[in-house]
Design a protein around this ligand. Sequence first.
Ligand SMILES: Nc1ncnc2c1ncn2[C@@H]1O[C@H](COP(=O)(O)OP(=O)(O)OP(=O)(O)O)[C@@H](O)[C@H]1O
Ligand SMILES: [Mg+2]
Length: 253
Amino acid sequence: MAAVIALANQKGGVGKTTSTYNLGVALADVGQKVLLLDLDPQGGLTYYSGFEPEELGKTIYHCLVRNTSPQEITLRNDYGVDLLPANIDLSLAEFQLVTAPARERRITRIVNAVRDDYDFILIDCQPSLGLLTINALAAADEVIIPVSCEFLSIRGTRALLRLIAKVRGSLNSKLQIAGILPTLFDTRTRHGREVLARLEQEFPQIPLYPHAVARSIRFAESAASQKPIYDTKFQVPGALAYRELARELVRKK
Ligand SMILES: Nc1ncnc2c1ncn2[C@@H]1O[C@H](COP(=O)(O)OP(=O)(O)OP(=O)(O)O)[C@@H](O)[C@H]1O
Ligand SMILES: [Mg+2]
C-alpha cells in the first residue's frame, strides 16, 4: 500500500512542484511505483511531467467534482511515474465543493481508490491553505515542507504548522510531518546557512533533512524542457538531494 506524502507550503515559489517531480522520478529510479497528484490549478507538475495542462480533457477536477475514477485520468510519463493531472479547471472545484458533503475528504477518497497500486503517492499542493490543501493534508500520511532558504520563509512555516495541527485535530489524526526540506540553498552566501540554523532552532521538534537542495539555474531549464533534473549532461548538486531523500523515504517505509 502506498505511502501518501503531501508537499505543502502556502508560500509560493519554494520548490514544491520541483521537489514533487524530481523526488517522484528518483523514487521510480530505485524501483518504486509512483503516482504524482497535481493539486494546483496552475498545472505546473502536469507540465513538468511532459503534458500540456490545457489540452487535457479530463483531470483531477473531474474526479473531485464529477466522481470520474482516478484510473480514467491517469497518465504515464516517459520517466516511469504516473500522474493525476490538473489544469485551470481545478480552480472551480474549490467553489463547487463549498456545499458538498465531506468536501475535505474528496482527495482521501480518490487516493484510497488507487492506494494499493503504488508504493508512493506524492501530492503537489498549491500555494494556499485553502480547501485543496486541506484535502491533501487529510489524505496524507506525511507532509514534507519545502522551505526556501531565506528568512521570510520561517514565518510562513509557522502558519502551515498551525494548519497541520488543526487538520490533525479534526480530519487526520495520523498525519505526520516527515520533515522540512531546505530548497534554493545558496552555497556561496552565509545567509543560507543562517536560515538552516534558524530552522533548527525554531522548529526543534521537526526533522530537517540534512541534504539541502542547492540553487541552480538547471532547475528552471529542467522544468522548461519538461525533463527531470537528472536528464542533463551536467552534474547538478541539487539533484543529489532528491536522490538522497528518495533513498531515505524507501528506507523508512
Ligand atoms: N533548487 C533550485 N534552484 C534554482 N531554481 C529552482 C530550484 N528549485 C526550484 N527552482 C525554480 O524556482 C521556481 C519555483 O519553483 P517551484 O515551481 O517548484 O515552486 P512551487 O513552490 O511549486 O511554486 P508555486 O507555489 O507557485 O506552486 C521555478 O522556476 C523553479 O524552476
Ligand atoms: Mg508549484
